[in-house]
Design a protein around this ligand. Sequence first.
Ligand code: 5GP
Ligand code: MG
Ligand code: MG
Length: 173
Amino acid sequence: MKVLIDQQQINSRVISLGRELANEYQGRPLTIIGILAGSLVLLADLIRAIDVPHQVGLLQASSYRGKTTTAGTLSVNLDYLPDITDRDVLLIDDIFDTGKTMQTVLAQINEREPRSLKSAVLLWKEEATEVDFGPDYHCFKIPNHFVVGYGLDFNNEYRHLPFIASLEGADLA
Ligand code: 5GP
Ligand code: MG
Ligand code: MG
């Protein structure tokens, strides 16, 4: 395992993004929606760094990629989404890779007619992006390597690591 972004770097970037978002959303009816399960750790840290009142909600998106890193069919569950009518929504995910997860989830949230809709992610693999947009906010751009930690898993392991690491030599086929 090789650490790419350490705990200190993540913490200070999350604090600065939180300040930026607090300025942006000050006085607006903000709802932050985290995509389960990858966004859990970023969501928990980021909401405490955004010093303006806001609501928090969750949705689930899973792509059944199993052991592989290529996306399968995406299934989105909006059952736990709070009412976002006339609210400024910020959608949070762990990583923007091909962008297809964000594209699908943004389209489904848009159907609920929020006042505005933006996206924020911890990591952006810009070289791997296959859609014609990027995240509105990101903490770090990374090269096109499989990473774990700070919410990101490999077979549901490693989410708890307080840093971002690449799994060198692991069986990622
Ligand atoms: P996209 O739909 O943008 O291709 O993929 C987004 C999802 O794929 C992320 O929410 C994450 O679950 C998963 N993913 C993409 N790249 C990585 C990676 O490097 N590591 C891990 N653990 N998950 C990834
Ligand atoms: Mg995910
Ligand atoms: Mg995953």
